[in-house]
Design a protein around this ligand. Structure first.
Ligand code: NAP
Length: 521
């Protein structure tokens, strides 16, 4: 699964930074190993996959349960062809694999396969076969002793995980399908029950992403990765993204952790913005997406990981307020917080949507005071937009599909309000120096929708669309066609991220602009 958008949708300077990281990989001191799962039907397919990803990984796991049966007889030749440390695994379907034949055939495959030079063999915790284990050790391979829990974290907690390491060289491995932030906390705490030494902990599914990226920070032996469309387990991230965006091999016990919380959050652009900036500035830090269902369960996780700063997105911008030790005026005025910074006394909250909204306007309008603006929408983002405009002395008309919400917002900030229909169109005719579109109509799944189709642009308006996926919505496209000055959602996103990055690090997000190269956003 790709957890972040295609690089093509990111600003050019982010992509450059990612490439510069990919070209300068001479580290790997304290980081975890990155292990590519090979799930092809033939050994030849697997070799091709390995070749394409060799630069990003340290080792690979041959998932022999995915192989066509007639390929199995060549298993022992694969390590020499692969030329990289390998794990041999034949995973049963009960443990999340593809193998559905008898247990004796499975052991036979493992016994014959180990005649090749595999460095590791993955055996399930409930597999007792002393002769097989001795053969593996005699061949100089280490045993990864694994438990896979797809039926809830409780079933994993109830097992004797302390005894997974039977010989000093064994590597205990826990893998659980994680269905909530609370379960993620439980899984990470289970690490304390595993004996000291090399160990593996995998949170499967979108809630488990933290464990896949932060293996080095958690002191784990490895993290598994797979190419898009060839996942061996739910929630795996592709090697290029892990290495390029998250700089997996630079993450160690002292790496500072930042991130974005939301639900869902996998689509977030923010890791592709903050991580290249850390890289460019040589800061030992990583920025990760963290799926959070109950906000209360995020804070124990933050303590455990020593998280220093967080971006907050839907649906937590309000629920997070109860956890703040201090906040700035914009948070008080909007009732929304999109940035958390950890201080010695607790969490400090800010709202960078306010400054992030205003910054891209500056080149278009010198003075907002006395101008008349229409804001379409009355949700969380509209609140920050309306507050920003009123703070600068702009008169505001709020139009919303649900007019009562427009009225409530208008009362809070002394604005005019109306419905999002023909009546709203005539009201907007006298509030059209600036038109700001803040509804989610036009975004991703609703990308055909135009929330204000009856409004005809004069071409004189400044039109600001805050939706950033797709880069041009139908609403913005009409405004461009009418000759309006336009501002895109990505400009606001980058501007608010810049303010967050300054709060996190004290430094600007962007490189100094190169004279003569124009706008590097
Ligand atoms: P929200 O609180 O859920 O509010 C959604 C708003 O959209 C409400 O006013 C809702 O109207 C309206 N709406 C939804 N579907 C609509 C439709 N089909 N036609 C007309 N109106 C519709 O969401 P939010 O936090 O304000 O976010 C809104 C958008 O802003 C999202 O796309 C988000 O990604 C974007 N955003 C961008 C940035 C940036 O940096 N560029 C920052 C923040 C947010 P009702 O009240 O009638 O339901």
């Amino acid at each position: 699964m790709r957890d972040i958008p295609e690089q093509g949708s990111l600003p050019a300077y982010c992509i450059e930074a990612v490439h510069s990281v990919q070209c300068s990989r001479s580290y790997r001191m304290e980081s975890a190993q990155l292990c590519l799962c090979l799930t092809g039907r033939t050994l030849d397919q697997n070799l091709k996959t390995l070749e394409k990803n060799r630069n990003f990984i340290d080792m690979a796991e041959l998932r022999a349960d995915f192989l066509d049966p007639d390929e199995r007889s060549h298993l022992n030749r694969f390590p020499a062809l692969a030329g990289i440390p390998l794990i041999l695994t034949v995973r049963k379907d009960a443990d999340g694999g593809q193998f559905r034949e008898s247990e004796s055939i499975r052991r036979e495959i493992l016994s014959r396969g180990i005649q090749g030079n595999y460095r590791f063999v993955d055996l399930e915790g409930d597999l007792d076969d002393i002769s097989l284990e001795e053969t593996i050790r005699q061949r100089g391979a280490r045993i990864i002793r694994s438990i896979h829990a797809f039926d809830g974290i409780e079933s994993l907690a109830a097992q004797k995980i302390e005894r997974l390491r039977r010989k000093p060289d064994d590597i205990p491995k826990l893998a659980a399908l994680i269905k909530s932030t609370a379960e993620l906390n439980q899984l990470i705490q289970m690490q304390d029950r595993l004996p000291e030494g090399d160990r593996i902990l995998i949170g499967m599914g979108s809630y488990g992403t933290v464990t896949r990226i932060l293996a080095g920070r958690l002191g784990l032996f490895l993290s598994y990765t797979s190419t898009a469309g060839a996942e061996a387990a739910p929630g795996q991230i592709d090697p290029e993204t892990l290495d390029g965006i998250y700089r997996f091999h630079r993450i160690g016990p002292n790496t500072a952790v930042y991130g974005v919380i939301g639900n869902p959050v996998a689509h977030s652009f923010s890791p592709g913005i903050h991580n290249p900036a850390f890289s460019r500035l040589g800061i030992n830090a990583v920025y990760i997406p963290i799926q959070v269902d109950r906000i209360d369960d995020f804070f124990p996780l933050a303590e455990r990981l020593g998280i220093k700063g967080i971006s907050v997105t839907i649906p937590h911008k309000q629920t997070v307020l109860a956890h703040l030790r201090s906040r700035n005026a914009a948070v008080d005025a909007t009732g929304a917080c999109n940035t958390l910074v950890r201080s010695d006394s607790g969490w400090h909250g800010e709202n960078t949507d306010v400054g992030g909204f205003l910054a891209p306007l500056a080149p278009h309008i010198k003075e907002l005071s006395g101008k008349r603006a229409t804001v379409i929408g009355a949700g969380g983002a509209a609140r920050s937009v309306v507050y920003s405009l009123r703070k600068e002395g702009c008169s505001v008309l709020i139009l919303n599909r649900t007019p009562s919400k427009a009225r409530d917002l208008a009362l809070a900030f002394d604005c005019r309000w109306g419905p999002l229909n023909t009546k709203g169109v005539s009201q907007a005719a006298s509030f059209n120096d600036l038109i700001v579109q803040t509804t989610s109509a036009g975004m991703a799944l609703h990308s055909e929708e135009d929330p204000f189709p009856d409004y005809c642009f004069t071409g004189q308006e400044i039109v600001y669309e805050i939706v950033y996926t797709p880069p041009v919505t139908p609403f913005l496209s009409r405004a461009i066609a009418a000759g309006c000055h336009t501002i895109k959602g990505i400009d606001m996103l980058i501007a608010q991220a810049d303010l967050q990055f300054r709060l996190f690090t004290g430094q600007p997000l962007q490189q100094d602009r190169n004279p003569g190269t124009g706008n590097d956003l």
